[in-house]
Design a binder for this molecule. Structure first.
Ligand SMILES: Nc1ncnc2c1ncn2[C@@H]1O[C@H](COP(=O)(O)OP(=O)(O)OP(=O)(O)O)[C@@H](O)[C@H]1O
Length: 223
């Protein structure tokens, strides 16, 4: 699904240059959970941001289903992110003055479906993740695990092909981690792909493929 060749990324910090990823080449298969692991500061989150087109590399080619992200115009890339990629972060973001259902529908304006269909689908998703009773409350009233399940439902709204997750279980207890990982693995059985960055041993155990980024992003190897 992803084929990455010769990826280099650096950040300019003050008058210096911080080399974060150096000449990495690897592939990520579809319909699998791929975990990106490695020491703190190795560049895992940076790598995730590059794969989903939020950051651009200094050099290297990132092919997604045969299309080079670097050759896409900003509009095309934004469309790809909205239509094909879903995102889950360590800390679920939400608008507290909107309900759980409205928060799940935040990306709805990018959909081609009618708002009525989207609302019905968002409600179904909230039933699937066990939040049907909380649909019309503010997310501020939910527990951390419930908020993360809301984030999962939001990530699924536009039926993404790939779900990117950066430390999705880091703020969850074991039971809530297992719930979230179960939801993600069910999506993989339906043919979707999950790419996650994690330090969490349990989350890593759910992965079909583990890619380890070496210190200072100087290598990447499948474990
Ligand atoms: N926007 C930025 N500007 C400058 N430096 C950055 C920026 N983003 C990340 N870095 C630096 O790049 C390096 C890699 O950061 P990144 O967050 O990708 O690492 P990580 O492997 O995900 O770390 P952790 O496991 O601790 O979250 C770090 O040294 C970080 O300080």
């Amino acid at each position: 699904m992803f084929k990455v060749t010769g990826l280099c990324k650096q950040f300019v910090v003050g008058v210096g240059v911080h080399q974060v990823l150096s000449n990495l080449s690897f592939s990520i298969d579809s319909a699998k959970i791929t975990a990106i692991v490695g020491p703190s500061g190795a560049g895992k989150s940076t790598l995730l941001s590059i794969l989903c087109g939020l950051e651009s590399p200094e050099s290297g080619v990132i092919n997604y289903l045969g299309r080079s992200l670097g050759d896409m115009k900003a509009e095309e890339l934004a469309k790809l992110r909205n239509k094909e990629f879903g995102f889950i972060f360590q800390t679920p973001f939400y608008l507290p003055y909107k309900t759980v259902l409205e928060n799940v529908l935040l990306a709805g304006s990018y959909a081609e479906e009618s708002m009525d269909n989207l609302k019905a689908y968002a409600s179904d998703l909230l039933v699937t993740v066990g939040l049907s009773e909380h649909m019309h409350k503010s997310p501020a009233l939910l527990s951390g695990g419930e908020q993360q399940r809301m984030a999962f439902a939001r990530a699924m709204l536009l039926k993404p092909n790939v779900i990117f997750a950066d430390e999705p279980t880091a703020s969850l207890d074991e039971e809530n981690s297992t719930n979230l990982l179960t939801l993600l693995s069910e999506q993989v059985k339906l043919g979707r792909s999950v790419v996650l960055v994690s330090h969490d041993k349990e989350a890593i155990q759910w992965a079909d493929t583990i890619l380890e980024v070496g210190p200072k992003g100087k290598s990447i190897n499948e474990l």
